[in-house]
Design a protein around this ligand. Structure first.
Ligand code: SF4
Length: 193
């Protein structure tokens, strides 16, 4: 359909006039649009995993958490009650929804057995048991009670402990305590706590 400039301007003026006079009340439609985005979602508070600033986020998930229902993340936003970011997120953090929904995201532990060229999925229980076994065996094999001068050092140089950037102060405090208890001296976190 051909619309010349004059007709287009007349139509635009008519619609503008109608809106100005309140003939079309769009407030309800706008309110409905605002409600739809996170309506019926569950809010989960979490921490952005990208850097050690550790901004607080709210993850909105659709799904009633019933058995066999797979939740779907529909929106991620900054947490206004979080003391670090007060609701703001940087351009990287605001893309967090895509990270969560990425098909390549790891959601279960995996192990590559000695001599194997494949990663194998295992349960969390098997992962915890395997890690505990390796820690105990490595500590037993590498524990150093005294140094060359005969001074007591009680250290385990065969283990390194590294914390992630999203670990809370409380988690890092506990990680430090556990590491020290095992005699681990090589330890670090991204936050350098
Ligand atoms: S939102 Fe940005 S600044 Fe905040 S933790 Fe994530 S990457 Fe770091």
């Amino acid at each position: 359909m051909h619309v010349d400039r004059r007709t287009f301007l007349k139509g635009t003026a008519a619609v503008g006039g109608a809106l100005g006079l309140g003939v079309f009340d769009l407030s309800k439609a706008r309110a409905e649009m605002r409600e739809l985005k996170i309506a019926r979602t569950t809010e989960t508070r979490s921490t952005c995993p990208y850097c050690s600033v550790s901004c607080g986020v709210i993850i909105h998930t659709l799904g009633d958490k019933s058995k066999n229902v797979k939740g779907s993340v529909v929106h991620v936003e900054g947490d206004p009650d979080h003391p670090i970011n007060r609701g703001t997120l940087c351009p990287k953090g605001i893309t967090l929804k895509d990270n969560i929904q990425h098909p390549g995201r790891l959601t279960t532990p995996k192990v590559r057995r000695p001599g194997s060229d494949k990663w194998e999925e295992i349960s969390w229980e098997a992962a915890y048991a395997g890690i505990a076994r390796h820690i105990k065996d490595t500590r037993d094999k590498t524990f150093v009670a005294t140094n060359a001068k005969g001074e007591r050092v009680n250290r385990t140089p065969g283990i390194v402990m590294i914390g992630g950037c999203t670990d809370t102060n409380e988690f890092n405090f506990l990680q430090w305590k556990v590491s020290a208890g095992l005699g681990v001296t090589y330890r670090d976190t991204q936050a350098r706590v």
